[in-house]
Design a binder for this molecule. Structure first.
Ligand code: EPZ
Length: 476
């Protein structure tokens, strides 16, 4: 699925943003993770709020001409970036712990600097709410990323169907609603692909439109439902979120709200996989088990047990790992964001597994690094054939994207000896204090200053280093 990407001027951010430490973006992180494998995990780990919900809901706060309070917001680089982008649009943002107060009273149609937007694709989702509130918006084209070209044609076509004039000029998407009353109009929109982002952008745009909008072949992800629930709590009229047909009846205005973000199902899945590959019994909460149906089914398929202890708590009971085949699909299918972590698990399962990545065209970047650790994976187009091995060995490896970095951490937990993982800025985008949470479960894992230029030729014989650093954004 793919077609285009582009570039842009930037302009000074007019900071109406009161950022505490945890919001400021860290310098290029020169630290590396060192993991000594073979240690069983035990105990309980707390799951943070969902990154992909928080980002969409932060964009959704633009719809409200008042302030909103979001709770359970994870402290992540991506959340800090979205805060800066909202500030560039004139919003006031205040963070206290995992609570975020967003005041969108003074929204102005300005543009966020390219360097911020290019690093956070989700920032493109603001085009829907800005257009809905102001009748005009200019947002940079986000461009592609490591996992694919990631076009936004479905977003643009949907906005055009709602009466917006949209054109792309010098890498900037200019959208406006012609006429004296620049309000979007309800429309019937069929999405060629159940895109999460396009569903979210158009659902937000339709909340303030005149008339009714129907989104067909819509995405059904839990994050889409969480955004719909947030908008409904502000007074929006939305039916069918979580199904492939969403109907939105536009309303004149929305009001302020206090809203808790759902737990992160991908972080939860990552810990379940870490438990399975280290043959460890662990519990995780809060989680919504229904959000993990496909992942739990595959874990049970390969021999682990996943038990729902309390309504929002899961226990992973390890088992002998067998092979299985996986095809990534839109929800409720197997999530593409769990593909890399699960591939790491299957490298240690008995037999041959085939993983087929159907959602993104370039999301097998972790294969070469897993093979560096002794895995046996061959790639043919969008298929990866994983032949289970009895042992992985620690090695210097490089993270290529967010979920690939989680896969390397998981493989390292089960590997013999020490692994060094470089380029942690990928990991910090989507996991809050992963190494702290794993250390709490008994893993031998440290984030240390990268002493070598290449960073990865770290001396294999090194014992646990003396100087230990915590990542900048954890210091909030
Ligand atoms: C969201 O990305 C998530 N990001 C991704 O999580 C996740 O992998 C993805 O959904 C799929 O589940 C956020 O929510 C911030 P899509 P999004 O639009 O919305 C094509 C992570 O690791 N497409 O559903 O960008 C597109 O190229 C991240 O946390 C078009 O062709 O995903 C892709 O192949 C990575 N035209 C497919 O659809 C469009 O206009 C799915 O993309 C839009 C998308």
């Amino acid at each position: 699925m793919q077609r285009n990407s582009l570039i842009l001027e930037d302009r000074p951010i007019n900071h109406s943003l009161s950022l505490t430490d945890s919001h400021s973006l860290p310098e290029e992180d020169k630290s590396v993770l060192q993991i000594w494998g073979g240690n069983p995990l035990h105990g309980h780990v707390k799951i943070s709020g969902a990154k992909n919900s928080a980002l969409a809901i932060m964009a959704g706060a633009i719809l409200c001409p008042d302030d909103c309070r979001l709770r359970n917001v994870p402290s992540l680089v991506d959340v800090a970036r979205m805060s800066q982008i909202l500030a560039a649009l004139g919003l006031k943002i205040e963070r206290n712990g995992d609570t975020l107060d967003i005041d969108a009273r003074h929204l102005q149609q300005s543009q966020a600097p390219y360097e911020l937007v290019s690093q956070l694709r989700a920032s493109f989702f603001v085009i829907g709410p800005v257009l809905a509130r102001l009748g005009a918006a200019r947002v940079p084209l986000p461009g592609g990323c490591a996992i694919g070209a990631r076009p936004v044609d479905l977003h643009v076509r949907g906005l055009q169907a709602m009466g917006a004039e949209v054109h792309i000029d010098h890498g900037m998407v200019h959208a406006y609603v012609p006429g004296r009353n620049p309000k979007l109009k309800g429309a019937k929109i069929y999405l060629d692909y159940p895109s999460v982002g396009a569903t979210e952008t158009l659902m937000m745009a339709a909340t303030l439109a005149e008339g009714e909008t129907t989104l067909e072949n819509a995405a059904q992800e839990p994050e889409v439902v969480d955004l719909a629930n947030f908008c409904r709590a502000m007074g929006a009229r939305i039916r069918g979120a979580g199904t492939n047909t969403i109907v939105i009846s536009g309303v004149p205005n929305l009001h302020s709200v206090d809203y808790p973000i759902i737990p992160d199902r991908i972080e939860a899945g990552t810990f379940l996989v870490a438990g399975a590959i280290t043959h460890s019994e662990i519990t995780i909460s809060p989680v919504v088990p229904d959000h993990l149906t496909a992942v739990i089914a595959k874990l049970q398929d390969i021999g682990a047990k996943v038990i729902a202890e309390e309504p929002n708590c899961l226990r992973l009971v390890p088992g002998r790992l067998r092979a299985t085949d996986i095809e990534t699909l839109p929800y409720p299918g197997f999530p593409t964001d769990m593909q890399a972590p699960f591939m790491a698990l299957l490298t240690k399962s008995e037999g041959d597994s085939v993983i087929t990545e159907t959602v993104f065209e370039n999301r097998l970047g972790h294969v070469a690094e897993l093979n560096r650790m002794g895995a046996d994976i061959r790639v043919k187009g969008k298929h990866a054939l994983i032949r289970g091995v009895s042992m992985l060995s620690g090695a210097p490896v490089v993270a290529t994207d967010l979920r690939a970095s989680a896969a390397l951490v998981i493989a390292a937990l089960a590997a013999d000896g020490k692994t060094t993982i470089q380029r942690l800025h990928h990991l910090d985008r989507g996991y809050y204090d992963l190494e702290g949470k794993l250390r709490q479960l008994g893993a031998k894992i440290e984030r240390v200053q990268d002493k070598t230029d290449a960073g990865v030729e770290a001396d294999q014989t090194l014992t646990a280093p003396s100087q230990i650093l915590t990542p900048p954004q954890m210091q909030s």
